[in-house]
Write a protein that binds this ligand. Structure first.
Ligand SMILES: Nc1ncnc2c1ncn2[C@@H]1O[C@H](COP(=O)(O)OP(=O)(O)OP(=O)(O)O)[C@@H](O)[C@H]1O
Length: 363
């Protein structure tokens, strides 16, 4: 089998097998079974040309390409597999260089929203995507610390636009790079949301597949304004499993429903602690809260992230757990949640067909 991986922007994988040539229909069936989608949802990914079949996967999932390649090789003679993340959101919105804007929110503070944002961003990157983070947590910007570059500042060559900062392969901007924590803390709502608009609009974002926006915790006026003002395609709600956090997560879901922002999923954080010595799982903040809230609202549960000292140590010291320890169960848990998020986002974009733009001809 011939196997070649090139850059994510290009075809990522080619293979040949000695079997007879595949029909597009067989390939569609394999894709549909592999991703558990109906054939109609995957049909548009397959293109036939004189050279053979080309499959374009429209969401980040490159860690699954070996497995998919194996399945396809059972029916395919020559297939080119590539990943090109689809555009979502209003076709006419600004920021066309950003294919998907996703808000990460929590009703309650301290549930691990920023930690989840950074690790989901790293996990999406590990799935072959170009990812950025906009820290919209104006009053408590923790992204600079979690990316390990809190002493840096964005540069500007025209005094109007900022170059985002780079860390661990991600790009990011945050009010934390620009003003001191104490200065931002006294800003009133309108000033805070103006600052956020500026961060989004005046940052020179490169071509990105996903921009994750770390919203301030809570569901007050500021969050509502932000949810309305930023043209996000969907939101992730982070919660811990205990009732007090779930009640606030429910308010966050209600807020997004109110402003017609689809909730792409709930991420349950600090689900349990597993003893390193005996493997026993302790459910410190109760159990199944994430399941209940997601089934009650009919939104997917993206995953359970354990309460783990390594998550705190890596994230709080600005190191990238997922890049440094890609095979750890923690990285795998974030990876599964990130792939599910990418898929949900794509499925939501299918509901607004005018927004889909898989090919992005001007690439
Ligand atoms: N799964 C986890 N395991 C261990 N520690 C965690 C986990 N998730 C978050 N933490 C830790 O909990 C603390 C709070 O996390 P974080 O700052 O991400 O919360 P937040 O919801 O963004 O807070 P805020 O409401 O202030 O914005 C941090 O020290 C972080 O390292």
């Amino acid at each position: 089998m011939h196997h070649q991986i090139t850059s994510q922007r290009e075809s990522s994988l080619f293979f040949k097998s000695s079997q007879s040539s595949a029909s597009a229909e067989q390939v569609v069936n394999v894709l549909s079974g592999f991703f558990q989608l109906c054939p109609a949802q995957v049909k548009g990914w397959v293109e036939t040309s004189r050279k053979g079949l080309t499959i374009t996967l429209p969401f980040a999932c490159s860690s699954r390409s070996d497995e998919l390649e194996k399945r396809l090789s059972e029916v395919a003679d020559k297939v080119e597999l590539q990943q090109k993340v689809a555009f979502s959101g209003q076709p006419k919105r600004a920021h066309r260089s950003i294919r998907n804007l996703v808000a990460v929110a929590s009703g309650k503070g301290g549930v691990g929203k920023s930690t989840s944002t950074v690790n989901l961003a790293l996990a999406l990157q590990a799935e072959g995507a170009r990812v950025g983070i906009l820290d919209a947590d104006i009053y408590g910007p923790s992204i600079p610390i979690m990316l390990g570059n809190s002493q840096e500042h964005p540069t500007s060559s025209d005094n109007k636009h900022m170059q985002p900062l780079e860390a661990h392969g991600l790009v990011a901007n945050s009010i934390g790079y620009l003003v001191s924590k104490d200065d931002a803390a006294i800003w009133r709502g309108p000033m805070a949301s103006r600052a956020l608009q500026q961060l989004l609009n005046e940052t020179l974002w490169p071509e990105l597949d996903y921009l994750l926006i770390d919203l301030p915790p809570g569901t007050g006026d500021i969050q509502l304004t932000l949810a309305q003002q930023i043209p996000v395609s969907g939101a992730v709600v982070v919660t811990t499993p205990q009732n007090i956090a779930l009640a606030d997560a429910q308010k966050a879901i209600a807020m997004f429903n109110k402003v017609n922002v689809p909730v792409l999923g709930v991420l349950e954080n600090m689900s349990y602690h597993q003893c390193e010595k005996c493997g026993h799982k302790e459910y410190l903040f109760a159990r199944d809260g994430g399941e209940h809230i997601s089934s009650h609202n009919q939104v997917p549960l993206l995953g359970h992230i354990p309460l783990d000292i390594h998550i705190r140590e890596y994230t709080d010291s600005g190191k990238a757990l997922i890049t440094e320890r890609p095979d750890s169960p923690l990285s795998q848990a974030y990876g599964a949640a990130a792939r599910q998020l990418a898929l949900e986002l794509y499925l939501h974009s299918l509901k607004a067909p005018q927004a889909i733009d898989i090919s992005m001809q001007n690439d």
